[in-house]
Design a protein around this ligand. Structure first.
Ligand code: EPU
Length: 421
């Protein structure tokens, strides 16, 4: 099994290109099931989660061809020949539930394995199922599978979410494009990945208004066509690499970075005394001498501070001057990086969904264990700021969501390498 070895070093300088968004690509790919015509995604990230979604779509009868070393995904679903998303694939990746809406909308029938819990919390799929019911589907849970049918096709309706869910909004949006009549999605998620999905679906011929706000209106159409769509830049990869110079000092330009994708995060960096500015090619982050300031952070749905940057922000705050309070409001079990950071000398107290972090002058390198994707990269960031060597084990988590992390960080001067047994 691979490990990442990081040696703490001084300032980082240079440029890091930001890839297309994993979480946008994972919802754009199932959109191919909505149409007989080809859907081509450009700017796709090269990640193991994308390979898993490719495998799932192929198991359902879609053709998925990866071109330009994975940067372009050419997909085509002349027919959906298998209507069962099998447990063996779904259990690997929760985003597999995103095939439910498209299959049901196109074929009037879908069987999808329940994904089960995951490291960061229980993560039920009840909201996805309720959305399909609001569009006229009948749902039955049997043998660990969701059996969904809408014999006469889906019908437009009002989908009102009791809490904001990115995935359930995506499923509802995709399903509504082919439902008869008008669908109104209330309390919709406003994440940039939803906006990207709506833009792509419109390119395929869908009639959608209001994406990026909490009410999305969809006028169903009889069929969708093909399209070519560039995947939006990954705001979480962007925020993660913005933290590298914030933690180590120096000045790094994030190519393709956009302020509108990371507004709430930039406000916290500013409060921590990290400077962020826009350039012609992206965003530039610089940290002057002296320790960063402590800041309090609460995770929220977009446009609030993203839960997917909480672990990385905690790594920064471990060496801040003063005490920071981090509140995790999206997932109930997303502080598993805290005990690993403590192994590196961090002072963190966790009580339920709140972590109190009192900054220390310097972290110390240690062997640590990655527990999920964002936790793994937070340990790498902490390692960059630590004295001595940090060995991050179980890096398969990292490969789900960060392409070429060692190359990207070494290019700006970090001491990082992957070691295979
Ligand atoms: N929830 C329910 N019922 C549902 C769906 C969600 O109770 O049917 C709850 C969840 O348990 C959670 C909250 O609602 O407490 C929000 O979950 P959401 O549905 O928004 O999350 P998701 O769609 O499963 C996506 C990202 C996550 C990211 C969250 C929040 C993808 C593939 N995943 O998950 O990304 O953390 O939105 O922004 O888009 C990651 O990339 O590391 C990652 C975990």
């Amino acid at each position: 099994m691979d490990r990442i070895v990081v040696r703490g070093n001084g300032p980082l300088n240079g440029q890091i290109p930001i890839a297309g968004a994993k979480n946008a690509c994972l919802t754009l790919m199932p959109a191919t099931l909505l149409s007989e015509e080809p859907l081509t995604l450009t700017n796709a990230p090269r990640l193991s989660d994308i390979a898993t979604m490719t495998q799932l779509l192929q198991s359902l009868g879609a053709e998925v061809t990866s071109m330009q070393r994975g940067k372009v995904l050419a997909m085509s679903s002349h027919s959906v020949s298998n209507l069962t998303a099998d447990y063996d694939i779904v259990r690997k990746m929760r985003a597999s539930i995103l095939v439910l809406g498209p299959m049901l909308a196109r074929e009037g029938h879908a069987v999808v394995s329940l994904p089960g819990g995951c490291a960061i919390g229980a993560r039920p799929v009840d909201l996805h199922l309720r959305a399909m019911e609001a569009l006229g589907a009948e749902m039955d849970l049997r043998d660990g599978y969701v059996h969904a049918k809408a014999p006469g096709g889906l019908k437009g309706g009002v989908v009102e979410f009791p809490l904001v869910s990115v995935g359930a909004t995506e499923n509802a949006l995709m399903a509504a494009t082919l439902a008869k009549g008008t669908t109104v999605i209330k309390n919709a998620a406003r994440e940039p990945e939803i906006v990207d999905l709506a833009i792509c679906l419109r390119r395929m011929g869908a009639q959608i208004e209001g994406e990026g706000t909490s009410t999305i209106t969809v006028q169903g159409v009889d069929r969708l066509g093909g399209a070519t769509h560039p995947v939006v830049v990954d705001r979480i990869e962007l925020g993660t690499y913005m933290l590298a110079p914030a933690i180590c000092g120096g000045e790094v330009e994030l190519l393709g970075g956009r302020m509108d994708l990371v507004g709430a995060f930039c406000e916290k960096l500013d409060a921590a005394a990290i400077s962020v500015s826009e350039t012609d090619s992206g965003l530039k982050v610089a940290r002057k001498n002296g320790r960063v300031h402590a800041v309090d952070v609460t995770t929220e749905p977009f446009p609030g501070f993203p839960t997917d940057l909480q672990a990385q922000m905690m790594a920064l705050l471990c060496t801040a001057e003063g005490t920071s309070v981090l509140e995790e409001k999206i997932f109930e079990n997303r502080f598993m990086h805290a005990p690993e950071l403590q192994r590196m000398g961090a002072r963190i107290e966790v009580h339920g969904g709140t972590a109190k972090v009192t900054g220390v002058e310097r972290l110390r390198g240690a062997p640590v264990m990655a527990t999920d994707l964002r936790a793994s990269v937070s340990l790498i960031l902490a390692g960059l700021a630590a004295e001595g060597e940090t060995v991050v084990n179980r890096v398969y988590h990292l490969d789900r969501g960060y392409e070429k992390v060692e190359q990207k960080l070494s290019a700006v001067g970090a001491h990082i390498e992957r070691v295979s047994d």
